[in-house]
Design a protein around this ligand. Structure first.
Ligand code: GLN
Length: 307
């Protein structure tokens, strides 16, 4: 029998299918032909139950939803203070690919914009295993299954990512990145090209909601300190230049990706994920934002309770 939550999600999904605004990301040729009719919603509770509707098994590239998980890995690898010397925690209010580096120091404004995310990758340990192996293992452990890289999206990113390349070399010139920027950039592109489905993202979001412990496997993926910091930065910076409107309307830490995925986290309760590839002007899924607003309002998830 369908639970009330399943029925609610089915109704919402059917209603929002009519929302056809926006365009799939055109910046990476391998992603430009994504089918805008695809739409999935998944919610994973901290005890491991998943509610899902629509194309929840369809895979797409994680893109910028990689950033909070890479950030948490760097925080656990070298500690909060060491990460903070390289990457600030201030909302830039700029688009995801803006060159938001502090005058003088070159420190990126935060780890959710590309500049900060590329710097983040450079801080992830390269010992024991190659850096990207560790990143992929980290994402996979949070998702609860082995994830894979899309070689075609990675190749497309590497071919067209001139602005990201410029950012990486700029970060090197400021000694924010202290090594050869080229392998760092490649691992950033690889992190963006990891394939996930909407259920994976809901489990990854639920791992954040659950203080870093994967709800189904019980594996501690991240420390509580890393999770607290990551969720804080997602709250202020996860939606880039839409962060203010987002927190006003939805009231949850969140992260969007140009692949069409979006996650939101209600700490202690639930991880929400939505996929639909048509994007708004901020690079966030149009249906993803609309569904999040509705779910947050209908289920009372906003962190500030209305009177
Ligand atoms: N790979 C994309 C880039 O680096 C990710 C951007 C995003 O998802 N907002 O430009």
């Amino acid at each position: 029998m369908r639970s009330p939550i399943d029925s609610y999600l089915a109704d919402l999904h059917a209603e929002l299918l009519d929302l056809t605004a926006g365009t799939p990301y055109q910046g990476i040729p391998a992603m430009a032909d994504a089918d805008p009719s695809k739409f999935a919603i998944a919610m994973a509770t901290v005890d491991g139950h998943v509610y899902r509707i629509g194309d929840a098994d369809l895979e797409f590239s994680i893109q910028s939803i990689s950033k909070p998980f890479s950030y948490a890995l760097a925080l656990d690898d070298i500690g909060l203070d060491a990460v903070d010397t390289k990457i600030d925690v201030e909302p830039s209010g700029d688009a995801f690919n803006e060159i938001s580096l502090a005058r003088g120091s070159g420190r990126p404004a935060n780890a959710m914009i590309n500049a900060g995310a590329i710097a983040t990758v450079s801080l992830i340990r390269n010992t024991d295993a190659p850096r990207f192996e560790r990143i992929l293992e980290h994402f996979s452990t949070a998702a609860g299954r082995r994830l894979e890289l899309s070689d075609s999206i990675f190749a497309s990113e590497a071919l067209t990512g001139h602005r990201n390349r410029a950012l990486a070399y700029l970060l090197r010139s400021f000694d924010i990145i202290e090594t050869d920027p080229s392998p760092v950039l490649e691992d950033y592109f690889r992190a963006c090209s990891v394939m996930v489905n909407t259920q994976d993202l809901a489990m990854m979001a639920a791992t954040l909601a659950n203080g870093g412990t994967q709800p189904r496997t019980g594996v501690q993926v991240m420390s509580k300190e890393a999770v607290q910091r990551t969720l804080s930065v997602m709250t202020t910076c996860g939606m880039y230049d839409d962060a203010g409107a987002w927190i006003s309307a939805v009231g949850l830490p969140a992260k969007s990706g140009v692949g069409g995925g979006l996650i939101a986290v209600l700490p202690g309760q639930v991880g929400l994920a939505i996929y639909s590839p048509a994007l708004d002007l901020h690079g966030s899924s149009v249906r993803g934002v609309a569904a999040s607003e509705r779910i947050s309002a209908d289920m009372g998830m906003h962190f500030v309770r209305a009177a």
